[in-house]
Design a protein around this ligand. Structure first.
Ligand SMILES: [Zn+2]
Length: 123
């Protein structure tokens, strides 16, 4: 009765395990389709496609978002180049000037008409 058993008892059993797996998979899919569950098979493939696509879309979206929300420019005061996020106020890492992003360039927070003066007391 040994010849009628399946599995590891057969000397060449491993050679056919891959074929048997695909045959079983095909049979399962065929059975699903035959009893009107083709949508289940389809949604299964769609799910696999989504799982494969989501990291790619997330990566591209993140790259797009970073490009859109980060701006690299030079400080108008000391001309040192650095990167900062848009729509927020920040300080120049070199000279500490309060800055703001405007048209992909850094501008000072103080109004353009303001003139910086050093007050010196003269005796
Ligand atoms: Zn600066």
């Amino acid at each position: 009765m040994k010849y009628y058993t399946f599995g590891n008892n057969l000397p060449n059993g491993d050679r056919w395990s891959g074929v048997r797996f695909w045959l079983t998979t095909l049979l399962v899919f065929w059975t699903f389709s035959a009893i009107g569950l083709g949508w289940l098979v389809n949604s299964f493939f769609i799910l696999i496609g989504l799982i494969a696509l989501v990291p790619v879309i997330a990566f591209l979206g993140l790259q797009w978002w970073v490009k859109r929300s980060i701006v690299s420019a030079e400080c108008p005061m000391c001309s040192s180049a650095f990167t900062a996020s848009r729509s927020s106020q920040f300080q120049c890492p070199n000279c500490g000037e309060p800055l703001q992003e405007q048209n992909s360039k850094f501008v000072r927070l103080t109004s353009p008409g303001t003139i910086d003066i050093d007050v010196q007391i003269v005796d």
